[in-house]
Design a protein around this ligand. Structure first.
Ligand code: AMP
Length: 527
């Protein structure tokens, strides 16, 4: 019998074996595995029965998810999987033009919107929508065009839960859009084989258990959410979704929800440390902490170890193009730091993945030499949606194997551990000198004792940077002292001309420091 790679399969299996176990909790509501399977199967049935789905000749099937993190979002994406379609998260905070661009790029078969998402469905957007829209709005919605069938989730009848549609390993599980340097978003296409491999592999590597209660802090458009949902559901555990409005109360949330597994970007921990929320022993209930998605500062780890003394900490590294995370470093003693950077090593490839450091010609470099990190293995994306040339250039075949060129500067040390220094595109020329902005960040963290910082090359004159401006994520700073401390550590051309205290650091949709927004702040200020 053919193997079913449907991403919803684990949820289906737990709905048969442990139907009363909690699958997801959000804003005081929860669904058991039995309930979430019933809701997803009913929604999937609604998709399949719709006029447009039945007469659709073209494949593949893709369902856009217009929802903020919460129970409806989980049900919606599971329903898309159940019906044999790929799910495509569409952010709620995008300007309408960008949403229209996404809709035109991804040729959706349907859209499922939660209540927040449905509010965005203006007549203009509905005109651009695929032929089926299923929504959770309490107020009726209708499209001007009869060709668009608009159904309310509440109107869908219960159905007998059957196994999610058989999906082959090569069929698409999800498409996540990341920002493209050209300004056009890039849709990263991840196969069901890659996604299922990731969920099973990482649940085993972390030693997750059905009794775990795991944290969700991400929106669907950030692929860390794939880790959070599907590693938790792989083992039949419960996912606790932190509402976007209570992020700074994450420690309290973890305590009241009795969380055992923490998943977040390090910036969240850094912000909690800054507001003194990380008291010694305050997260004693945690047994596993997953940090991933950006550099993990040493100071964050030290504070975390005291707040969560019973937790193993794992630093996970990976680009969306390699299905969430593909390298891992378990944090032991002494801390596996990246020399001179104050951040933690990214470790070694996870089962099924391979990594090497290459030069501009794709030739592997010796240990200790910095180059671009290349990744291979079962988790590699199929490529970028509708962008064959870009796919071919970022996923070259080297010596008969397909690799993804990550755009990260890295080295491998003599013990075989990889270290990530930051993005190649954060490598700037300041007055002719090559500077890595992450390196300045690292020193600034040390002298300011603030984890959330961001450096930018500014002003740019004819594309060349004249200097550096650094932002520190606190309300006030002693700029003169910090600059003199930095002068003691950095060559003159790397010392910022200006330091700015910014109580609310702009973060991108993944919760990482948004350097573009920092640039905009400076441009507006100068204008
Ligand atoms: P995204 O595709 O949005 O998940 O971003 C992937 C990028 O985030 C990588 O290419 C790295 O630059 C960065 N990144 C992810 N995880 C880590 C990590 N553990 N340490 C350092 N950088 C990371």
């Amino acid at each position: 019998m053919a193997t079913n790679y449907n991403l919803a399969l684990a949820v289906y299996r737990h709905s048969l074996t442990t139907p009363d176990a909690v699958a997801v909790v959000s804003r005081g509501q929860s669904l058991t595995y039995g309930e979430i399977a019933a809701r997803a199967a009913s929604l999937a049935d609604g998709l399949r029965r719709s006029r447009a789905w039945q007469c659709r000749e073209r494949s593949p099937l893709r369902v856009g998810i217009l929802a903020s993190r919460g129970i409806d979002a989980c049900v919606a994406l599971l329903a898309a999987c159940w019906a044999g379609a790929a799910y495509v998260p569409i952010g709620l905070k995008l300007p309408e033009e960008r949403t229209l661009t996404l809709l035109s790029l991804c040729d959706l078969s349907a859209i499922i919107a939660d209540e927040d998402g449905a509010r965005l469905l203006t007549e203009r957007l509905l005109d651009a929508c695929p032929p089926i829209v299923i929504h959770a709005s309490r107020t009726p919605l209708s499209a001007r065009d009869d060709a668009v069938e608009v159904l309310s989730m509440a109107s869908l009848p219960p159905v007998t839960v059957v196994e999610p549609t058989l999906m082959a390993a090569h069929e698409t599980a999800y498409i996540i859009f990341t920002s493209g340097t050209t300004g056009v978003p890039k849709g990263v296409v991840i196969s069901s084989g890659a996604a299922r491999h990731y969920a099973a592999m990482i649940a085993e590597r972390l030693g997750l258990r059905s009794s775990d209660r795991a944290l969700e802090t991400c929106e669907l458009g950030f692929d860390f959410s794939v880790h959070n949902m599907f590693s938790t559901w792989e083992v039949g555990a419960a996912l606790h979704i932190l509402p976007a409005t209570t992020v700074m109360n994450a420690v309290k949330f973890a305590r009241t929800s009795e969380l055992t597994v923490w998943n977040s970007v390090p910036s969240l921990a850094g912000m909690l440390r800054q507001v003194n929320a990380l008291k010694a022993g305050s997260l004693a209930g945690l047994r596993i902490t997953v940090f991933g998605g950006e550099q993990l500062p040493e100071a964050t780890v030290t504070a975390w170890q005291s707040a969560a003394p019973n937790s193993v900490i794992v630093n996970l590294y990976g680009p969306t193009e390699a299905t969430v995370f593909c390298l891992a470093q378990t944090i032991g003693q002494p801390l596996p730091v990246t020399p001179g950077r104050g951040v933690l090593a990214i470790g070694t490839p996870l089962p099924g993945s391979a990594a090497k450091v290459v030069d501009e010609d794709g030739v592997e470099l010796a240990d200790g030499t910095a180059g671009e990190l290349a990744i291979a293995g079962v988790q590699l994306a199929d490529g970028y949606l509708g962008a064959a040339d870009l796919t071919a250039s970022r996923f070259p075949v080297i010596d008969g194997q397909r690799w993804y060129l990550s755009g990260d500067v890295a080295t491998r040390d003599a013990a075989g551990n990889f270290h990530c220094f930051g993005r190649i595109d954060n490598q700037v020329k300041v007055l002719g000198y090559r500077v890595e902005l992450e390196e300045i960040d690292a020193h600034l963290r040390l002298v300011s004792h603030v984890d959330v910082v961001g450096s930018v090359a500014w002003p740019l004159v004819d594309g060349m940077a004249r200097g550096i401006v650094c932002f520190v994520g606190v309300p006030t700073i002693d700029a003169d002292r910090l600059i003199s401390d930095l002068k003691a550590r950095l060559p003159a051309y790397m010392v910022p001309n200006r330091l700015i205290a910014l109580a609310e650091m702009p973060l991108n949709h993944s919760g990482k420091v948004d350097r573009r927004a920092l640039h905009r702040l400076l441009d507006t200020d100068a204008a």
